[in-house]
Design a protein around this ligand. Structure first.
Ligand code: UD1
Length: 417
């Protein structure tokens, strides 16, 4: 199993371009199930999760073709309406095929995803939303069986903001009869990217990016072309990589307006961060202050950058209080950071990080999930000595060529078996 050896002591400098957003590409690739024909996408990152999506689409009867970052999906009438457990357990986002298959074919069978390292992550809100649109839902032998001759538009209020739930419902509603209103919808930029693609296919969606989304159902959608938006979480991770090594790093091909919460916190901490419309740059800072963060749905501080920001805070001056409100178990990286000498007291959803500006020291650590892995690599960049990050396969799910991007900035990182 691949591991990453990170040697400290290098200041990162230079410019790095971010890849397309995994969390936008996944729902968009599933949305192809709504329309037969050839869909073409640019800027699709080369990642394990995209491969898993392609496998699932193929198992349903679609063809997928990748040429570099261009990705085509050829959708014919599906030969199966079932997303099998073996594919869904690899990637929870597979549940996003439920809305499109159900809306287009009137039935869908999707394996329940089960829990994961960062929490139980139920899908009750997805299922309730489908029920509100008139679907009959049954849970049987680990599968969701959904049926509806024709979905009917309705008002759905999400009692908790859910990115996947909003996406699944938005896709299902495009082919429902009449109007659907989603209240307390998630406002993440990836929802906007998905809505933009659905509209290119002929859907009638408005209000995406706000908490109320309106969808007027149409008879049919037709395939289109689309470039996937840049990955804001990768962009934020690379900016923090520059910051933590006291380097000067410019992150290009990104949308800084999607990362305002992070940029504000970095400035509060003492970093100079300059932005243009599609780039941002952090300037060298020898020491920085501890600041508190609380994760919450967009546009507040993203949970997917919590672990990486915590790494930065482990060497700040002062004490930082990090509160996680989105997932119930997202401090798995804390014990690993403590192996590197970080001084952290984790409670259920709050971690108190007493910064150690004198630095961390290297140790072998274990990656537990995607973003936790990134935080350990960031900490490894400054922990004196050689940090061996085990189970790096998590990183391959969501970061395209991270070691190459960091090496090009001057980091000493290498993959070992
Ligand atoms: C997506 C992102 C993930 C990010 C998360 C929050 C993708 C592929 N993944 O995950 O990287 O960390 O948004 O920004 O885009 N919940 C329920 N019932 C449901 C659905 C969700 O209780 O039916 C809970 C979850 O357990 C969690 C919270 O709602 O505590 C938010 O989850 P959600 O926004 O749905 O996250 P995902 O779509 O799974």
């Amino acid at each position: 199993m691949d591991k990453m050896l990170v040697t400290s002591g290098r200041q990162l400098n230079g410019s790095v371009a971010v890849s397309g957003a995994k969390n936008a590409a996944l729902p968009i690739l599933f949305s192809t199930l709504l329309a037969e024909g050839e869909h073409t996408f640019g800027n699709v990152p080369v990642l394990k999760d995209i491969e898993s999506t392609a496998e699932l689409l193929q198992s349903l009867g679609c063809e997928t073709i990748r040429e570099g970052h261009t990705f085509k999906v050829q959708v014919a009438k599906l030969k199966s309406f079932e997303a099998h457990y073996d594919l869904v357990r690899k990637m929870r986002a597979s549940i996003l095929c439920l809305g499109p298959i159900l809306a287009k074919y009137g039935e869908a069978v999707v394996s329940l995803p089960g829990g994961c390292a960062i929490g139980t992550r139920p899908i009750d809100l997805h299922l309730d939303a489908m029920k509100t649109l008139g679907a009959e839902i049954e849970l049987k032998e680990g599968y969701v069986l959904a049926k509806a001759k024709k979905l009917k538009g309705a008002t759905v209020f999400f009692e908790k903001t859910t990115v996947g739930g909003t996406e699944n419902l938005m896709m299902a509603a495009t082919l429902a009869e009449g109007e659907t209103i989603i209240e307390n919808a998630a406002k993440e930029p990836e929802i906007v990217d998905l809505a933009n693609y659905l509209n290119k296919m002929g859907a009638k969606i408005s209000g995406h990016g706000t908490s109320v989304i309106k969808i007027t159902g149409v008879e049919k959608l037709t395939p289109a072309r689309h470039d996937i938006m840049p990955d804001r979480i990768e962009a934020g991770t690379l900016l923090i990589a520059g910051a933590i090594t006291s380097g000067e790093v410019e992150v290009t091909k990104c949308n800084p307006q999607d990362l305002e919460a992070l940029i504000l916190k970095m400035r509060d901490s003492g970093f100079r961060v300059d932005t243009t419309k599609n780039s941002m740059k952090v300037f060298p800072q020898r020491t920085w202050e501890a600041v508190d963060i609380t994760t919450a749905p967009h546009p507040l501080f993203p949970t997917d950058l919590q672990a990486q920001f915590m790494a930065l805070m482990t060497v700040a001056k002062g004490t930082s209080v990090i509160t996680e409100t989105v997932f119930e178990n997202r401090f798995m990286h804390v014990n690993e950071l403590m192996r590197l000498g970080a001084d952290i007291t984790p409670k259920t959803q709050v971690a108190v990080v007493r910064g150690r500006p004198d630095g961390l020291t290297a140790a072998p650590v274990m990656a537990t999930d995607l973003r936790a892995s990134a935080s350990l690599v960031l900490a490894g960049l400054i922990a004196k000595g050689e940090t061996l990050v085990n189970r790096i396969y998590h990183l391959d799910r969501g970061y395209e060529n991270l070691e190459l991007k960091l090496s090009n900035l001057g980091a000493q990182v290498k993959r070992v078996n």
